[in-house]
Design a protein around this ligand. Structure first.
Ligand SMILES: Cc1cc2nc3c(=O)[nH]c(=O)nc-3n(C[C@H](O)[C@H](O)[C@H](O)COP(=O)(O)OP(=O)(O)OC[C@H]3O[C@@H](n4cnc5c(N)ncnc54)[C@H](O)[C@@H]3O)c2cc1C
Length: 585
């Protein structure tokens, strides 16, 4: 049942309570309720993924609008001023809707590398998280569907890599004017930019066709793929939306440890509070911002920090909210001939007729330019082994992991103020193995006050150096022969960086002005095998307590050296199985 007010919930006790109907939360809820005798209550702060404006979270090309601040789908967070970015305050998107950030993200689907997951296994102390074991859970979460335009996609992916799960994965719904040029560049410069048929195979490196979580011409989220098919048919599943978990309440002790089986919820700062009890566990899946916030509101964190806000300590776990990892992203744009069929006439608003025609085509049969997620290709790369950036050690998980990512878009994209006309190709650059760490801290003991968010971008010279290297690498790509006569010039704001004699200082100036978050927040309730550090153990159970497990991006001790959501789904599938085994359900 879908419920919108806590007073509508008929029962006060369930087997499991899941906090957050986001990416991971819906996987857990859907898998646990496969057994009809297991009763699950899900609490979600945001609203429905259907209804007013929901086209923005369905149409692939509208994905950048899905996460805009001040919409009903976003938490509307901002960061504290970022010192390394000229003290800019950045928008910090998080999905506030059924499906969480899987309903609002940019849909890029990358698992990461074999070494990324083997490092997880080592740090968490459990071989379940190794690449070889995770493949079955990746496959359990997704399946390949063919691109919307019906073209032959056999040279765009490897079917053996993909599975038979609910999330739909595909390449762009339409081909683009840059596809041939990107592929020709991989042939011309194969040493630096090799072609990779499917970078979800564990071998991440090289340039691949971009895979996105969409199918049938629409976004595929945990709400559409996992929740919607079972929500009305399973009597043992209740989902309460528009309701926030305000704190965990200690219900007693078990095995000499504080036990948390009771959850307090409310709809506004001053509204009545309700409590629900879990017979077995409360599973926090509120994401890398929400989960540490709930823990700290419950007295779980650094006791002296919490005391300053008048919160009594229940469990001392100083790493709650620490170790925030995010990846910085910066874009560059190039001017291409005005008769080029880029996506700009639609996305920049220059041609309202083209935009209207594209929307009616999408409404009629879910085909056409709106079935593009924006990028055509994505590449993951390593610094050269002799790079001075690696002289103090390699922060990546191993030789199959990346240090940076490049992607190419047949349209204007980036933080710069967009023009209203013209045709462009954009290049994005991402540091995928950053060494900077930020934090989530409480601003107040009021659960309806946003926490203090600090991604702490470019706190290390390594991160800044990798971004410079990524931009220089992208320049070698775009200055290669296949782009001659097509890329006419960089946009004026990128001209200094583009110049053959640009200095590193020029590149850094650009980076400081235009870097944004890619919104891959993770690590704020990290899993760790060491006693005395981290927040959860190898089974993702809260340390020094009983009754609480955490399944979301906050448990990643590192980010995969790619986009994280396929890994979040994979972890959630693995944990659903671990929980079923633990309770014999
Ligand atoms: C704009 C944007 C673009 C991104 N692009 C990509 C991409 O292209 N590819 C990729 O791999 N990753 C991308 N990411 C990251 C990816 O989407 C996330 O890492 C992933 O979805 C996180 O899953 P999660 O389960 O940890 O959290 P979420 O999916 O965010 O779920 C958390 C849920 O908990 C709810 N919640 C939070 N607090 C409370 C509370 N107190 N009470 C009740 N409910 C609560 C939230 O409303 C939300 O529904 C992007 C993220 C964003 C925001």
């Amino acid at each position: 049942l879908l419920l919108t007010d806590p007073s509508q919930v008929q029962n006060t006790t369930y087997d499991f309570i899941v906090v957050g109907a986001g990416t991971a939360g819906n996987v857990i809820a859907a898998r646990l309720t496969e057994n009809p005798s297991t009763r699950v209550l899900v609490i979600e702060a945001g609203g429905s993924n259907t209804g007013p404006n929901s086209q923005n979270i369905q149409v692939p090309l509208f994905a950048p609008q899905a996460s805009l601040p001040n919409t009903r789908f976003d938490w509307n967070y901002t960061t504290i001023p970022q010192k390394a970015l000229n003290n800019q305050v950045l928008a910090y998107a998080r999905g506030f809707v059924l499906g969480g950030s899987s309903s609002t993200n940019l849909m890029t689907w990358t698992r990461g590398s074999r070494d990324d997951f083997d490092r997880f296994a080592q740090v968490i102390g459990d071989s379940s998280y190794s690449w070889d074991n995770m493949v079955q859970f990746f496959k359990k979460s997704e399946q390949w569907v063919h691109p919307r335009d019906g073209r032959n996609d056999s040279d765009e992916f490897n079917p053996a890599v993909h599975g038979n799960g609910p999330v739909l994965i595909t390449t762009e719904g339409v081909t683009s004017v840059i596809d041939d040029r990107v592929l020709a560049t991989t042939q011309q410069l194969p040493a630096e930019f090799p072609f990779n048929l499917d970078s979800n195979s564990g071998d991440l490196l090289g340039v691949a066709w971009l895979q996105s979580s969409m199918g049938g011409g629409s976004r595929s989220s945990s709400a559409t793929a996992y929740l919607a098919p079972v929500l009305n048919s399973r009597q043992n599943l209740d989902v309460l939306i528009q309701t926030r978990a305000t704190k965990l309440i200690q219900s007693g002790s078990s095995q000499g440890l504080p036990q948390f089986n009771t959850l307090e919820v409310g709809q506004t700062s001053s509204s009545k509070r309700f409590t629900f009890t879990a017979r077995k566990e409360i599973i926090l899946s509120a994401g890398a911002v929400g989960t540490p916030q709930i823990l700290m509101l419950s007295g779980i964190g650094n006791p002296s920090d919490l005391a300053k806000l008048g919160i009594n300590s229940t469990v001392s776990l100083p790493d709650v909210g620490k170790n925030l990892i995010d990846q910085p992203i910066v874009s560059a744009q190039y001017i291409v001939p005005n008769d080029t069929a880029t996506l700009d006439p639609i996305t920049l608003g220059e041609d309202p007729n083209a935009a209207a025609a594209a929307l009616s085509q999408w409404n009629a049969n879910k085909t056409g330019p709106l079935t593009s997620a924006g990028s055509s290709h994505i590449g993951f790369f390593r610094l050269p082994n002799n790079s001075t950036l690696l002289q103090n050690g390699d922060p990546s998980a191993g030789p199959s992991s990346s240090h940076y990512e490049l992607a190419w878009q047949p349209e204007w994209a980036g933080a710069q103020t967009p023009p209203t006309s013209g045709r462009y190709v954009s290049n994005i650059h991402v540091v995928t193995t950053p060494t900077s760490r930020g934090s989530i801290t409480l601003n107040s003991s009021n659960p309806f006050t946003a926490p203090i968010i600090d991604p702490n971008f470019f706190a290390t010279d390594y991160d800044l150096g990798v971004m410079v290297a990524a931009i220089r690498s992208a320049l070698r790509f775009i200055k290669a022969k296949p782009w001659n006569g097509f890329v006419l010039a960089p946009v004026p704001g990128f001209a200094t960086v583009f110049a053959d004699n640009s200095s590193d200082a020029d590149v850094v100036t650009y980076i400081r002005q235009f870097t944004r978050s890619i919104h891959h927040t993770a690590g704020t309730a990290a899993a760790n095998k060491e006693q005395g550090s981290g927040v959860v153990d190898a089974n993702l159970l809260l340390k020094n307590a009983t009754g609480v497990r955490i399944v979301d991006a906050s448990v990643f001790p590192f980010l995969p050296s790619a986009h994280p959501i396929a890994g979040v789904y994979g972890f959630a599938e693995l944990l659903a199985q671990k929980i079923k085994t633990a309770y014999n359900i």
